[in-house]
Design a protein around this ligand. Structure first.
Ligand SMILES: O=C(O)CCC(=O)C(=O)O
Length: 381
């Protein structure tokens, strides 16, 4: 019985019956033609584009990872058409009128804030072993020259600038960031903006996608920042840690990779060797726009002062709202039935109306706790 079944299966796998022999030869011939066609197409692409990895973001032709566009006089229309939620770009004239460029120096900060606490990442060993500490700005300054590739410190403070309006005034809002639906959220749920990033030589961020999948910006005021940005579709090569939370007043999932892209452990993370990145250095006065969904990591080859920010606009609204729905305890079915045909702004407004009161209360508590934690007079140096 078993033998018979096997035999029938075996025959079927070949040609089923003599009647099918003609069909089989036709298929073989077609397979050869298709195979040759595929090789031909492959050669065409190889010679047309070299062996450069190419990607086709929504609405723009093939882009390659061999350089980053540096643009000035970029209109809002062109930014939306070519880059927003599609491809990274360095804008060289977005910060020309920022008072921070001339004003922010060590002398300026130490005089005013030398004794005040900042949130600082300290690493001794591997990036993954780093911890967040609360130290005075003066202490960071005293030790900043001691950094090595494996021992470094990085002020990464979400609240230092937002809680000091005199500093926030020194930073402008380029035209590309004017539409920002985060402002439509209740005040206590808006993500903190303008993170202060002051890193020693060798300091670096983790490889991650930004919270809520927003569009991120990074403005370098002093020093140089080296970047690796990964086009979407490579999550399976990046060892993403699941089920972590961002800890913002309106919580969201955190998408961090376990890999340090500037010092990858390929024994632990072998697939990472296949990941393709856009790599470049960002100079002082340049602002980087990081599209939603791109994993990215920065390394400071020298001491670097920068400010990062974000926006949620008509281009990324669908992606950002999806992330808010995942954690925000907002029931999609509470939204009006016409929701899907509304403009992005109207959709955000409808979503905001559906945020439960307990979520807003929790947002207030989170901000207070974080502020207490980092500003506490008793926190050690
Ligand atoms: O400047 C850095 O270290 C990276 C900052 C960053 O990636 C971010 O703010 O999302």
């Amino acid at each position: 019985m078993v033998k018979k079944t096997k035999a029938i299966k075996g025959r079927r796998a070949l040609t089923k019956s003599a009647d099918n022999k003609a069909t089989a030869s036709w298929f073989s011939l077609s397979a050869v033609v298709v195979g040759l066609g595929a090789i031909g197409l492959g050669c065409f692409y190889y010679f047309a584009y070299g062996n450069q990895e190419s990607f086709s973001p929504r609405g723009v032709p093939n882009r390659t990872l061999d350089h980053i566009d540096r643009r000035s006089n970029l209109s809002l229309e062109e930014f939306i058409r070519l880059y927003d939620t599609k491809w990274p770009v360095l804008i060289t004239d977005a910060m020309t009128d920022w008072p921070a460029k001339a004003k922010w120096s060590w002398q300026y900060f130490l005089q005013r804030y030398g004794g005040e606490k900042v949130a600082m990442k300290g690493v001794h060993g591997k990036l993954e072993d780093g911890e967040m500490l609360s130290v005075t700005l003066g202490t960071f300054y005293e030790h900043k020259h001691e950094s090595t590739f494996s021992t470094w410190t990085y002020i990464s403070d979400e609240l230092f600038i937002p809680t000091r309006p005199e500093l926030a005034k020194d930073i402008g809002t380029p035209v590309y960031m004017k539409e920002n639906f985060f402002k439509l959220l209740p005040k206590d749920l808006q993500p903190w903006d303008n993170m202060l990033l002051w890193g020693t030589k060798h300091s670096r961020s983790a490889l991650h996608i930004d919270p809520y999948n927003w569009t991120g910006t990074n403005a370098v005021l002093q020093g140089v920042k080296r970047w690796k940005l990964y086009p979407p579709g490579q999550d399976h090569l990046l060892y993403v840690k699941r089920n972590k939370y961002c800890g913002f007043p309106l919580d969201c999932f955190k998408y961090n990779s376990e890999v340090d892209a500037f010092d990858p452990d390929l024994k632990r993370f072998p697939l990472f060797a296949q990941a393709k990145a856009l790599e470049f250095d960002q100079k002082p006065g340049e602002m980087l726009m990081i599209p939603s969904g791109w994993f990215h990591q920065a390394y400071n080859p020298e001491e670097c002062l920068a400010v990062s920010s974000q926006f949620f606009n008509s281009q990324n609204a669908r992606l950002v709202m999806e992330e808010i729905f995942k954690v925000g305890d907002i029931k999609k079915n509470h939204l009006a039935s016409e929701y899907t045909s509304q403009t992005p702004k109207d959709q955000v407004q409808a979503m905001v109306k559906a945020i439960p009161k307990h979520v807003i209360r929790k947002g207030k508590e989170v901000t207070k706790t974080v502020l207490d934690q980092f500003r506490s007079k008793t926190a050690g140096r």
